[in-house]
Design a protein around this ligand. Structure first.
Ligand code: SF4
Ligand code: SF4
Length: 75
């Protein structure tokens, strides 16, 4: 098993400001229909830049255990 990190959005707290979209170095975040941010987990590398800039505290970086074979395809 291996630990990987991914950003996770609390939609109920997100104010759709777009700061996380600008901060993400790989374009893994979009604001869905102007309502809330969505992170593409297949792209996210868990760097935490979106979490750092979010004024609403609605992004959390979560650690997950994955099988080694899955981690290789995700990272
Ligand atoms: S953790 Fe990093 S890579 Fe993932 S969505 Fe946030 S800024 Fe982008
Ligand atoms: S920075 Fe925070 S409040 Fe702004 S769109 Fe991203 S998740 Fe939502």
């Amino acid at each position: 098993m291996r630990i990987i990190k991914k950003g996770k959005v609390d939609k109920s707290r997100c104010v759709a400001c777009g700061a996380c979209v600008k901060a993400c170095p790989i374009g893994a975040v979009t604001v869905w229909k102007g309502r809330h941010a969505v992170i593409d987990e297949n792209l996210c590398i868990g760097c935490g830049k979106c979490e750092n800039v979010c004024p609403a505290g609605s992004i959390e970086i979560v650690a997950r255990e994955v099988r080694q074979s899955d981690a290789q395809t995700l990272v």
